[in-house]
Write a protein that binds this ligand. Sequence first.
Ligand SMILES: CC(C)(COP(=O)(O)OP(=O)(O)OC[C@H]1O[C@@H](n2cnc3c(N)ncnc32)[C@H](O)[C@@H]1OP(=O)(O)O)[C@@H](O)C(=O)NCCC(=O)NCCS
Length: 355
Amino acid sequence: MEITHIPAGTLPESEIEDTVAEVVAFDRVVNSASGLGPDFDPRSAEVRRQLQRTNDYTTHALWLGRLGGDIVAKGIAYLDLQDNQNAAEIHVAVHPEHRRQGLGSELLAVMEEQLAGEGRRTLTSFAETPAGVVDREPRTARIAAASGTGALPSALPEVAFARAHGYSLRQLERCSVARIREVGDDLVGGGEVAADGYAILTWAGPTPEEHLEALALLQRRMSTDTPGAADLEEEEFWDADRVRANDADREASGKRLMTALAMKGDEVAGYTQAAHFAERPAVGDQGGTLVIAEHRGHGLGARLKRANHATLLQESEVERVYTWNAAENSWMLAINDLAGFETYAWTSVWKKITT
Ligand SMILES: CC(C)(COP(=O)(O)OP(=O)(O)OC[C@H]1O[C@@H](n2cnc3c(N)ncnc32)[C@H](O)[C@@H]1OP(=O)(O)O)[C@@H](O)C(=O)NCCC(=O)NCCS
């Protein structure tokens, strides 16, 4: 297999569009074999962004493995530049017709070696398995997550592959879907100050200047105050500039964000965000949700999400919103159940420290 390493921003402009088309076609075949459904198909704007754009905070690297000129394997690394510089989040996929021939292992070895050369030895990875596949054979042998909640059948290809390469299963995330158009008018928007003093503000698109500091604080807390955070990453560095840069990057990749922010007077209490894409208008993607510790216990999580869903209903064509939560985060899962979400798939989170 011929392997090329493409750090974001290094491919000549003239090769970008052909490569985007090839990668999208490959990702589509992989997704179709996964059973996750077309909502999980690749988006060309996202692939283009991974090849081209890099900012001061995050970048990507791609590895393409070819046989006879065709892509048969793909690896990607998501890289933080200001924090987590000894770490990378990676993902490997092999064309369904070329599996069990060692190609995934060959590509992963090259990725691990190159990342180690850049000082990135703490590797996390993820795999997504439809709920129906996990439930299919309840009596098969399972591997438990180190977090203590949830287990996956050990015979699943993604589980066997990750374990064969020394990755340990740290955590399971529940991917759930809310079909918001079916709930429709029941959803209430934000805006007014409720009897308990909390106001929920919502907006579409980039963060207004007056809320940049609030969002930076909430994003920083997101990297420390969520289940599993201490095991999987360091505190992320966030300031108003990073929030602004992140927003600009999103807009450039065709991603539109809806944000709901909870405030009590001048105090920031929590937020939730959901994104949707020009390329796939019916599908929304839940972003971060956090209620700061001092403000928990007031139902703000569900209130924020419902206000955000109401804004999505009014200002977008989104019909379904997907969200990912740690399986042990029973508090957030209960909020999601209240906000109309149901289980769709399980995401396994893996970790390895390379030598
Ligand atoms: C997981 C994936 C990348 C494996 O790619 P691959 O090229 O088939 O993997 P390899 O041939 O290098 O397999 C290496 C080892 O992994 C294990 N393995 C891989 N697929 C397996 C399967 N279907 N059943 C059991 N073990 C499997 C075996 O131990 C295998 O070694 P062996 O063939 O000598 O027994 C591929 O199935 C895939 O693309 N899946 C969808 C994407 C995905 O889930 N990626 C996340 C990976 S964490």
